[in-house]
Design a protein around this ligand. Structure first.
Ligand code: NAG
Length: 120
C-alpha cells in the first residue's frame, strides 16, 4: 500500500529532474517563427550563441490550453504564437470544432539553456 502511493511521486521527481528549465534569464532576442523559437543564449564560456528549437518537441495543446509536454506537437493544432520574456502565447484549437483559445505557458518550466542551446 505504501509503495503504490510513493512510486508515482518518485516517477514525477525523476521526470522533473530531466526537464530543462529557466532559459529566459540567460537568453535575449527571443522570437517565434512558425513552430521555431529562436534566441541568443549565453554558453558556459560566457559567449552568446544563436540557437533555436522546434516548440513541437516541448509544448502540448490540451483542449486549447498550451502546456509543457515532451514531444507534445502543440504547433500542429496551435498557430499565431508570440513570445514575451518566457511567456509563449498561441491560438490553439480546443478540439471537436474549429474554435480556438488564445492561451499562454511559462516556458521557463519546460525549456532550458544548455551551454548555449535551447533544450527541453
Ligand atoms: C561558446 O560560444 C562561442 C561562440 O559561438 C564558441 O566559440 C565557444 O566554443 C562556445 N563555448 C562552449 C564551451 O561551447
Amino acid at each position: 500500500m505504501r509503495f503504490t502511493a510513493v512510486l508515482p511521486v518518485l516517477a514525477a521527481l525523476a521526470a522533473s529532474a530531466h526537464a530543462a528549465s529557466g532559459w529566459a534569464s540567460s537568453c535575449t532576442g527571443q522570437k517565434i517563427s512558425g513552430s521555431i523559437l529562436t534566441a541568443n543564449c549565453i554558453n558556459s564560456s560566457g559567449l552568446t550563441t544563436a540557437t533555436s528549437i522546434n516548440l513541437n518537441t516541448c509544448l502540448v495543446n490540451v483542449f486549447g490550453q498550451l502546456g509543457c509536454g515532451s514531444e507534445g506537437q502543440a504547433l500542429k493544432t496551435c498557430n499565431d504564437c508570440t513570445v514575451s520574456s518566457a511567456t509563449i502565447t498561441c491560438s490553439c484549437l480546443k478540439g471537436g470544432n474549429s474554435d480556438r483559445l488564445r492561451s499562454s505557458v511559462d516556458s521557463n518550466n519546460c525549456i532550458g539553456n544548455r551551454n548555449g542551446a535551447l533544450t527541453c
